[in-house]
Design a protein around this ligand. Structure first.
Ligand code: 1HN
Length: 347
C-alpha cells in the first residue's frame, strides 16, 4: 500500500481545524450521503382509531375550532419527534369540527388534501364555493386558495389532513395569510365545479391556469363505483389489488402537484405480492379489516385506522374481509424529478 499513513488523531485534529472554516471531509460521510439504496430515518407506524378518537373528542372540549384556527391532532412519525412530519416530505393530522363550529378562512402556499374519516354534512369552502363532505370523499385545497370549514350538521366530523408542509419548508417557500372574515363570501352555488369539470367535459374555452385540478371534491360514491366495476372486469394486480389514482381531468396528472392520492380495493382473502417504492405513503382505511407487514413488523388495521409505510419498505397486505384503502404520497414530485422507483419483485 502506498499513500498517507496519517493516524486517526491527526485526522481528527485536521477535521477540527477545517471545521473552524465551516468545512468538513466528504470521505467521512460519502456513503451515508449517497447510500446504495434508500435508508429512511423514519419508521412504519400506525394509529388505531379506537385509541385516537377519545383524545380527538377531548380536544373538542379544550379548545374551539375558531381559537385553534384548525383543531388537529398531528400524526407524527415516532422516529421524528417534534417535527410535525409523518414522512420527511409530508404532514398528516386528524381534524375535528363540531356542530356549529367554523374554522376561519385563510390561505397558504402549502397544498392540503382532506380525506373524510367520520361524519357527514360539514362543508369546506375553496375560493368562493362550498362542498358538503361525506365519509370517503377526497377534497383538495390547492396552493394559495382561500379556505374555511364549517359544520352545519348535528354530528362531529373528522377528516385526515394531508399537507406538503415539510416539502415547502425545505424550499423555504411558505407564505400564509388570514382572511378578513371567518367565513369567506360564497360566490358560486354548490356543485358548480363538479358540473363544469367532473363529467369528462370542460367548459369550451376553459384553459387550466395551474397544475391543480379544477375539481375539488372527488366523492366516495363515484370512487367506490369505479372500484366495484374494476373488480368485476378482471383479476386484481398482484401487488395492488384493484388500485386507481385520482386525476386532474385537465392534465392527466395528480390533482395536487405535490401529493399523489390513490384508492385501492383488496378482495377478501387476497394476499398482495411484496412491493416497495420510493414514495413514503400514508394510508387511511375506508372499509374492511386486515393486516399489513411493513418491513419486518405486522400492523393490524380496520376501518378509520391510519398507517405509514416508509420509502423502500416492503409491504404485504392481508385483508381479512374485502377492504378499501385510501393513500397519499409525494410520488408526483418524485416522478417530475425522475426519482421515483418501484420494486414489484418481478410480479
Ligand atoms: C390547514 O390550513 C388546515 O385548512 C389543516 O384545514 C391543517 C396544518 C398546518 C397548517 C395549515 C386546514 C393544517 C393547516
Amino acid at each position: 500500500m502506498t499513500g498517507p499513513t496519517t493516524g486517526n488523531n491527526a485526522r481528527r485534529d485536521f477535521y477540527e481545524r477545517i471545521g473552524t472554516l465551516s468545512m468538513a471531509p466528504l470521505w467521512e460521510s460519502l456513503h451515508q450521503l449517497v447510500p446504495p439504496a434508500p435508508a429512511p430515518k423514519y419508521q412504519a407506524a400506525s394509529w388505531d382509531y379506537d385509541k385516537v378518537r377519545p383524545f380527538l373528542m377531548e380536544s373538542g372540549s379544550l379548545i374551539t375550532a375558531k381559537e385553534a384556527v384548525r383543531r388537529v391532532l398531528i400524526l407524527e412519525n415516532p422516529a421524528m419527534p417534534g417535527s410535525a412530519c409523518i414522512t420527511p416530505t409530508l404532514y398528516a393530522g386528524l381534524q375535528l369540527i363540531l356542530p356549529g363550529e367554523v374554522a376561519p378562512s385563510h390561505r397558504h402556499t402549502q397544498s392540503a388534501l382532506r380525506f373524510i374519516v367520520e361524519g357527514e354534512g360539514a362543508y369546506t369552502a375553496v375560493d368562493g364555493e362550498r362542498t358538503i363532505m361525506r365519509e370517503g370523499d377526497f377534497v383538495i385545497t390547492p396552493t394559495w386558495t382561500w379556505h374555511d370549514h364549517g359544520n352545519d350538521s348535528s354530528r362531529p366530523m373528522v377528516w385526515l389532513d394531508g399537507l406538503d408542509i415539510p416539502l415547502v419548508a425545505m424550499f423555504n417557500a411558505g407564505f400564509a395569510e388570514a382572511g378578513a372574515e371567518d367565513e369567506q363570501e360564497v360566490t358560486a352555488p354548490e356543485g358548480t365545479s363538479d358540473a363544469k369539470y367532473a363529467s369528462g367535459l370542460l367548459p369550451v374555452d376553459w384553459k387550466p391556469a395551474k397544475q391543480t385540478s379544477p375539481i375539488f371534491n372527488y366523492p366516495y360514491s363515484r370512487t367506490r363505483e369505479a372500484l366495484a366495476g374494476l373488480a368485476k372486469a378482471g383479476p386484481p394486480d398482484a401487488c395492488h389489488g384493484y388500485k386507481l389514482r385520482y386525476v386532474n381531468p385537465a392534465s392527466g396528472g395528480a390533482p395536487i402537484a405535490t401529493m399523489g392520492t390513490f384508492m385501492q380495493l383488496l378482495p377478501k382473502g387476497f394476499e398482495s405480492a411484496p412491493y416497495r417504492s420510493t414514495d413514503g405513503t400514508v394510508f387511511s382505511i375506508v372499509e374492511g379489516e386486515g393486516e399489513s407487514t411493513i418491513g419486518d413488523k405486522v400492523f393490524a388495521w380496520k376501518k378509520r385506522d391510519h398507517f405509514v409505510v416508509p420509502s423502500w419498505a416492503k409491504v404485504v397486505h392481508r385483508p381479512a374481509s374485502e377492504s378499501v384503502l385510501f393513500s397519499f404520497s409525494d410520488r408526483p414530485v418524485q416522478e417530475r424529478l425522475d426519482l421515483w422507483r418501484e420494486d414489484r419483485g418481478g410480479r
